[in-house]
Design a protein around this ligand. Structure first.
Ligand SMILES: [Zn+2]
Length: 167
């Protein structure tokens, strides 16, 4: 049986999907599974913006009535949200420019999410008396661990990732 390019039908070796010409065109765009982390980055950036707004409001409205520990907690989370928002925005710009650096940046972002969520939960537990750490605090950490376990290997080995981020 003849083995053909799935786009134009040109004969190619069996271990390939596309002929050289179609492969070029295929990998020139952001495609395949890469849409998922791309949309994920946009959603992260938006939720960090919302979090910035919320913590900022909490600080302004309660500044006089909360103790020093609570102030440290709110200011530490606000700082985390600002830094992570800037990080997400920077990675998005590198994604669109298809920079070679992107896979490593994205992997660092996934790790940074886990670290900052853990710091936030820990400072909440230590600095705000009476707070119980439960489902709402632990599920996001668990979810970010799962996402790192999926996307770190993908960004490390995927041929599409290697051929998309080439600049
Ligand atoms: Zn072809």
């Amino acid at each position: 049986m003849e083995w053909g390019c799935i786009k134009c039908g040109e004969e190619i070796p069996q271990d390939r999907e596309f002929c050289t010409g179609c492969e070029e065109i295929q990998f020139r765009k952001i495609g395949g599974l890469l849409y998922i982390p791309f949309v994920g980055l946009i959603i992260s950036a938006i939720s960090y913006l919302l979090n910035i707004n919320e913590s900022f409001k909490a600080i302004i409205e309660n500044y006089r009535s909360i103790d020093i520990n609570a102030k440290v907690f709110f200011i530490s989370s606000l700082t985390i949200y600002v830094v992570m928002f800037l990080f997400a925005a920077f990675i998005l710009s590198q994604f669109l420019k298809r920079k070679k650096l992107l896979p490593n940046l994205y992997i660092s972002f996934l790790i940074a999410i886990i670290i900052t969520l853990s710091i936030n939960t820990y400072t909440l537990y230590v600095l705000i008396p009476g707070v119980k750490i439960g489902y709402d605090e632990l599920v996001p950490i668990f979810r970010s661990l799962i996402s790192a376990l999926i996307w770190i290997p993908y960004f490390t080995v995927s041929v599409r990732v290697k051929r998309t981020f080439i600049k």
